[in-house]
Design a protein around this ligand. Structure first.
Ligand SMILES: Nc1ncnc2c1ncn2[C@@H]1O[C@H](COP(=O)(O)OP(=O)(O)OP(=O)(O)O)[C@@H](O)[C@H]1O
Ligand SMILES: [Mg+2]
Length: 403
């Protein structure tokens, strides 16, 4: 089922424990065309951490967002594609483009994406190109490079509803299993289709059954992948040296829900039957509720502070941020070991939340990972701990220059 093995839970732990640096996929060059506040940009970088310093509104997050379009989904802001096109003097550019040259898992490659204006008034569409050739969808980028991120929007991840946490887990799964994104969209589509039929009182049970069949097949595959990746991550964090825990606490993670509980005791095919039957039995309740009351969309990620044995939601703001950073770094390391190349890591405004000691520890961990990390901050001083091991760039009104 997977592009990269997620079943062998123990294999890479020796290297993980020793903290040996591995090499990561990295971006050599980034080109932007009418992307947000950038009219045009060409940026050449090396494999070391890319530190973006600049005033509020200068274009730091926009750069991270541009890179995030090479992961499945709509980028780190979950923006609608036309909103990304450069708006200047009240006029929006007809499209936008982001291109990167990457030293990826299979060597050098050119990746490109964007919203492509089409002649004759046809609707603009998302373009996906690999070495100049059109690719089926952006899931194809995952073969060359995986990307993980942490943004200020995620600060309330443990406090809010389950949707954001499921998306967080889904992004973690993408790096291991490029098919995950496609399964998510077929699940969503089938769930919406079924709900529409129920709402309209369509009595065609064959049609309903077909939607429920799709929901069950995709839903169980989604639940299995989330449960597996989270369990692997939990095991990898548990195996980390607890003496080195400070200042980023170790998290305990479990992906919980009805379907996941069934998967603990039954093979996937039996769980599929169970979910399909349950959906069929619940048609009138779901019609009344206006949504499906069972399925993969009801499950959630539970996180606790391992040492304090405290649910993350009850931890302090600073502890929650530190837990999140620890999870993202542990995931990056696990992914690196599974793929043989660390992911590109995007950390928006992370340094600003940390005291000096924690900033030092973060720099040390990023450098040990051997991953190309892109960090943003309003002040170059926030990045002092990287010393000469990183490239410091100044961002100013949609322009980027070396400091
Ligand atoms: N489609 C667009 N066209 C033109 N400009 C845009 C567009 N979308 C956003 N912007 C502008 O881009 C600028 C930079 O935004 P960005 O979020 O990258 O800033 P930032 O450097 O991260 O700032 P902060 O430190 O406040 O987070 C903002 O002034 C924003 O209004
Ligand atoms: Mg920003």
């Amino acid at each position: 089922m997977t592009t990269h093995d997620i079943t062998n839970r123990n294999a890479p732990s020796d290297r993980a424990q020793s903290g040996a640096a591995m090499t990561g996929a990295f971006i050599r060059r980034l080109d932007l065309t009418t992307f947000r506040n950038y009219a045009a940009l060409r940026l050449d970088v090396d494999r070391t951490p890319v530190l973006l310093a600049g005033a509020n509104g200068s274009g730091k997050t926009n750069l991270l967002e541009a890179v995030s379009f090479f992961a499945p989904g709509r980028g780190l802001r979950r923006a609608s594609l036309p909103d990304v096109a450069r708006l200047s003097d009240g006029v929006s550019a007809p499209g936008w483009a982001v291109a990167v040259q990457v030293d990826g898992s299979h060597g050098p490659v050119a990746l490109g994406t964007g919203l492509e204006a089409r002649p004759g008034g046809a609707a603009a569409r998302r373009a996906v190109r690999i070495d100049g050739e059109p690719a089926r969808g952006q899931a194809a980028f995952a073969e060359h490079m995986s990307i993980v991120w942490l943004t200020p929007d995620m600060d309330r991840l443990f406090m809010e509803g389950g949707t954001a946490r499921r998306q967080f887990v889904d992004r973690m799964v993408y790096g291991f299993d490029a098919e995950h994104a496609r399964r998510l969209s077929s699940y969503e589509q089938a769930m919406r289709g079924r709900q529409r039929l129920l709402r309209d009182g369509v009595g065609d049970t064959a049609w309903l059954a077909a939607e429920e069949e799709s929901m069950a097949a995709a839903g169980v595959a989604i639940a299995a992948a989330r449960r597996e990746v989270v369990a692997r991550l939990d095991a990898a964090i548990a195996a980390e040296d607890s003496v080195r825990e400070e200042p980023f606490p170790r998290a305990g993670l479990v992906f919980e829900g009805e379907v996941e509980t069934w998967l603990d005791v039954e093979p996937a095919l039996a769980v599929e039957d169970r979910l399909r039957e349950l959906l069929a039995r619940n048609r009138s309740r779901d019609a009344e509720a206006g949504r499906a009351l069972h399925g993969a969309h009801r499950s959630d990620l539970a996180v606790r502070h391992r040492t304090k044995d405290m649910p993350a939601a009850l931890c302090s703001t600073g502890e929650q941020k530190a837990l999140l950073i620890a999870i993202v770094l542990a995931h990056a390391r696990l992914l690196g070991l599974a793929r043989g190349a660390a992911p590109v890591i995007l950390l928006d405004e992370v340094a600003a939340h940390l005291d000096e000691g924690r900033r030092g520890a973060l720099a040390e961990r990023i450098l040990a990972l051997g991953a190309q990390a892109w960090l943003s901050g309003t002040d170059a001083g926030l990045f002092e701990a990287f010393g000469n091991n990183a490239q410091l760039l100044d961002v100013s009104s949609g322009r980027v220059s070396a400091c």
